[in-house]
Design a protein around this ligand. Structure first.
Ligand code: E4P
Length: 214
């Protein structure tokens, strides 16, 4: 399972890229809005210069023509840009039209397996089920990942399953066990997942023993 960073913050992206574990980045309008400096295009192209992998940039239009127009524009910014569209009928139409032009899409805000099946049929490159937001409704978000992975495997659908709305390290582990292709994670969750108190105390003890021997 590949690890993407779910942010538009360039400092976070620089630091996570230096760890050598990043395969891509996802953004959304809320994440872009949090970054005060730079316009949308500038932020996406800067991210693409830092990470050599798919960079998702989300459309704002709600109609298919608008999404296709925005998607064509984003795709010109950098070859790694993936056009993110919502799981709506207009979004599916945009996916099919963009796919016919060779433009890759990420279908976002997916909350059930039928949305994922339809996105794959329309030709989506990535499907993004929102695990954390499903958990928030009192339903097990990870079971959505398991259903989609099973359906895609049974029917030989090539769309990549991206576990989105990740809230804690356990979400990353369970996404990997469920067979997700990608997990997109907030910076804080990745940093939290890399640490363990026994690693830190182990280092301290090794160093103390080493010094005592000198
Ligand atoms: C995915 O691409 C989305 O940007 C993201 O995972 C949404 O997560 P949230 O529910 O924490 O906003």
């Amino acid at each position: 399972m590949q690890i993407y960073l779910d942010t538009a913050n360039l400092n976070e992206i620089r630091e996570a890229a230096s760890w050598g574990i990043l395969s891509g980045v996802t953004t959304n309008p809320s994440l872009i809005a949090k970054e005060k400096g730079g316009d949308f295009r500038g932020i996406i192209t800067e991210i693409a210069s830092l990470v050599d992998g798919p960079i998702s940039a989300e459309t704002i239009a709600l109609d298919a023509d608008g999404m296709v127009a925005e998607g064509r524009e984003y795709a010109q910014w950098h070859p790694n840009v993936i056009v993110k569209v919502p799981s709506t009928p207009a979004g599916l139409q945009a996916v099919a039209r963009l796919a016919a032009e060779g433009i890759r899409t990420n279908v976002t805000l997916c909350f059930n397996a039928t949305q994922a099946l339809f996105a794959a049929r329309a030709g989506a490159f990535i499907i993004s089920p929102f695990v954390g937001r499903v958990d928030d409704t009192g339903i097990d978000g990870m079971s959505l990942i398991r259903e989609i992975v099973q359906i895609y495997r049974l029917h030989h659908l090539k769309t990549l399953v991206l576990s989105a709305s990740i809230r804690h390290p356990r979400h990353i582990i369970e996404s990997a066990l469920a067979g997700a292709d990608i997990a997109t994670c907030p910076f804080g969750v990745i940093r939290q997942s890399m640490k363990h108190p026994l690693t830190d105390s182990g280092i301290e003890r090794f160093l103390a023993d080493w010094k005592a021997r000198q």
